[in-house]
Design a protein around this ligand. Structure first.
Ligand SMILES: [Zn+2]
Ligand SMILES: [Zn+2]
Length: 352
């Protein structure tokens, strides 16, 4: 018997819930059984009785929250069916950060894909996104406005290297989220042939070591020592975005403040954060990739979550797809959507 999509997945205050399998996906509050798409803190929270996620996501959660972050954990193998209650679930790479996965839920011939966060741009630090054909596709919309078209990341990294060449005595301090973005920036620098040490803020160390242990080549990444900051002229240092404005970053020689984020497309935001060198590098899909992915899944119904929901819902409707926004609270990537976002700020950028 064909199942209606809302029989398979519903919205609860804890997050998306599958009554036929009695589990939540990326719940924002502690639940009995959680399926987790990826390790960003808005999706992966501690305190669940049991967690099912990819092996990498389970390990990332243990690094962030401690070994006892859940009552029990189970590693989900990629691309394999797992039976839970009356449904079958399957984890497939989402291309967002190491270990990130989309979760497909199938029952009675209806398949819903919860994509979590995803991107289509290439990323040397994680498996690429794989299209999963489905009836209902649940998409993020962090950059869900036509104004958002991410540039080639290689050009962004070249801007950083050009600046290092131009100002060999200045320290270049790159703010980047600790899970995913920081390691991607380092990997992109290595791809461009940068072979000097890339210095790390202490908060980056454990996740970066984990990426290396998973076979992501990041080269020499020493931790910045407390006393050596003054001697790091000409070096590249990676730190959490919040440290850019701290006293911590002012101890470096004539620092150039850089920030790697999709939001750097919005020049007003770079200015407001005092960023001298904005690097438009995002781990989310831009507008074209959101629209293209929706079409590739073949879904007739689209649910849109965290971000610019209305524009994407409207776009779906113009294509004859059923669409609705899920106004879910508690999501927004580690600061990629940390602040309330006003579309007109972005619109300003699209003016000539
Ligand atoms: Zn997210
Ligand atoms: Zn995320």
């Amino acid at each position: 018997m064909a199942r209606r999509s809302t029989e398979i997945l519903t919205q609860t205050p804890q997050g998306l819930y599958c009554p036929l399998g009695d589990f939540h996906i990326d719940p924002v509050r502690p639940v009995d059984r959680a399926l987790i798409t990826h390790g960003h803190s808005d999706h992966a929270r501690s305190g669940h009785r049991s967690v099912l996620a990819t092996r990498e996501t389970v390990l990332i959660m243990a690094i962030r929250y401690g070994e006892d972050f859940a009552g029990s954990t189970q590693a989900a193998p990629l691309r394999e069916d797992i039976r839970i209650g009356e449904v079958t679930v399957r984890f497939t790479p989402a291309g967002h950060v190491l270990g990130s996965a989309q979760i497909a839920i199938e029952a009675g011939g209806t398949r819903i894909v919860v994509s979590g966060d995803y991107k289509r741009a290439s990323d040397p630090t994680c498996l690429p996104y794989e299209v999963v054909p489905c009836d209902v596709f649940i998409t993020e919309a962090t950059f869900g406005l036509p104004v958002f078209r991410h540039p080639d990341t290689r050009d962004e990294v070249k801007k950083l290297l050009d600046s290092v060449a131009l100002f060999p005595e200045r320290a270049h301090i790159v703010g980047a989220y600790a899970l995913g973005k920081a390691q991607r920036v380092m990997a992109l620098l290595r791809e461009e042939g940068y072979d000097r040490p890339i210095y790390l803020h202490g908060a980056m160390e454990r996740l970066t070591e984990f990426y290396k242990s998973e076979g992501v080549p990041l080269g020499d990444t020493p931790k910045v020592g407390a006393t050596e900051r003054g001697s790091l002229g000409g070096a590249i240092i990676v730190c959490p975005p919040s440290s850019l404005q701290d006293l911590w970053s002012r101890r470096f020689p004539d620092p150039v403040s850089c920030f790697a984020s999709g939001w750097m497309r919005v020049r007003a935001r770079a200015r407001q954060k005092g960023v001298e060198l904005p690097l438009v590098i995002s781990d989310h899909s831009d507008w074209d990739d959101l629209c293209g992915t929706i079409l590739e899944t073949g879904a007739g119904e689209v649910w849109v979550t965290h971000g610019q929901e209305d524009a994407l819902v409207h776009w779906c409707e113009t294509r004859g797809l059923q669409a609705r926004p899920l106004h879910m609270l508690g999501y927004g990537d580690e600061g990629e959507a940390e602040e309330p976002f006003t579309p007109w700020v972005a619109m300003e950028q699209s003016a000539p």
